[in-house]
Design a protein around this ligand. Structure first.
Ligand code: OSB
Ligand code: MG
Length: 365
């Protein structure tokens, strides 16, 4: 596939309500979109980097610069998604930047071939159950109201964001009020090895998993913690590649993996992590980064893979945005439909996208 250029476009989209984690309170998403333009086809990518480097070292301005100055010049003249790994390998890190370019190239390639993302990745189901990630709130009654509404909407699993001072009591309150629901927590690295005994107080609540309690580079700490708990440890931030996933599994640092294509350099590496996990008999699930309908479409394709046996953070558009940049994804009977059209199977609504656009540049190849 021959490309003539790459468009880098920045949009800003307000969230329906502030999303508070142990690392930030997000009230809007500043998003970098990548559009690759070929002679016969084009494709869209969404970069999951957020405004500040608080989730991982990447951030949206940096990702834009890396794509423009270091990745676009390395695009092979005749490109396929499969060729990008070796082409981008000299550039260290910057997985989110690499993933955004790969997502766009793969979209263009699959549109040309008339194949969906889900078919390409090996998705086996047309609909997937959706979980929802619930931010830290000002009070437990406020949290219970949100959880009640999400359960009424049909979400199959609730994930509570936790941090020191907002952990045992909110979990206890949700468990006592809603009974035997699928419930898990995500600390986004907010604890240390010294908190092992405190985290053990979560044990009586029958959580599905505890996501990323310790710093991303503390695999050994996670392994030690896992050996003291019966609640499974799931890693998110630590899993930056298929090798990191294999290492974490060999070390016993986790027994479940949250896969975010953006965090690992793209959907091809995400698929390898899926395959490594299946080989280890370990469940995976599709994580999220508050994506628009573009990223959501690709995530749903990933979530349709057979190893994704736990509900993902693939919620409906309206959980994040009053108006999405694609036709909205809806939750119907607790399920999200996996797009089946060529490529991502969805397009941005161009008039609306132009309204939201803060900057746009075209890098000619
Ligand atoms: O840790 O999974 C995370 C959002 C932004 C950054 C990190 C995380 C999250 C979420 C939201 O939990 C998942 C979603 O619904 O997109
Ligand atoms: Mg997480």
């Amino acid at each position: 596939m021959k490309l003539s250029g790459v468009e880098l476009r920045r949009i800003r989209l307000p969230l329906v309500s502030p999303f508070r984690t142990s690392f930030a309170t997000e009230t809007e998403r500043e998003i970098l979109l990548v559009r690759v333009v070929g002679t016969e086809t084009e494709g869209w990518g969404e970069c999951v980097a957020i405004t500040e480097p608080l989730y991982s070292p990447e951030y949206v301005d940096g990702a834009e610069q890396v794509i423009r100055d270091f990745l676009v010049p390395r695009l092979p003249a005749d490109v396929t998604a499969g060729a990008l790994g070796p082409a981008f390998a000299p550039v260290k890190g910057h997985e989110m930047a690499k993933a955004a370019v790969e997502m766009a190239v793969l979209d263009a390639e699959l549109r040309a071939a008339g194949m969906s993302y889900a078919a390409y990745l090996g998705g086996t189901v047309a609909r997937v159950p959706a979980g929802v990630s619930v931010g830290i709130m000002d009070s437990i009654p406020e949290l219970l109201d949100h959880v009640e509404r999400y359960l009424a909407e049909g979400y199959a699993r609730i994930k509570l964001k936790i941090q020191p001072g907002w952990d045992i009591e909110p979990v206890r309150a949700v468990r006592e009020r809603f009974g035997d629901i699928l419930l898990q927590v995500d600390a986004n690295t907010a604890y240390t090895r010294a908190d092992a005994r405190h985290l053990a107080e979560l044990e009586p609540f029958g959580l599905l998993l505890i996501e990323q309690p310790l710093p991303e580079d503390d695999l050994l700490g996670h392994a030690k913690l896992a050996s003291t708990l019966t609640t499974p440890i799931c890693l998110d931030e630590s899993i930056v590649s298929a090798r990191a996933a294999a290492d974490a599994l060999s070390l016993g640092a986790c027994s479940i993996i949250n896969v975010k294509a953006g965090r690992v350099g793209g959907y091809l590496e995400a698929r390898r992590i899926h395959d490594v996990s299946v080989a280890h008999g370990v469940p995976v699930w599709c994580g999220g980064m508050l994506e628009t309908g573009l990223g959501r479409a690709a995530n749903l394709a990933f979530a349709a893979m057979p190893g994704c046996t736990l509900p993902g953070d693939v919620s409906a558009s309206e959980r994040y945005y009053t108006r999405d940049i694609t036709e909205p994804f809806r939750l119907v009977d607790g399920l999200m439909t996996v797009p089946s059209g060529p490529g991502l199977g969805v397009e941005p609504i161009m008039d609306y996208l132009d309204e939201l656009t803060e900057s746009k540049r075209f890098v000619r190849l």
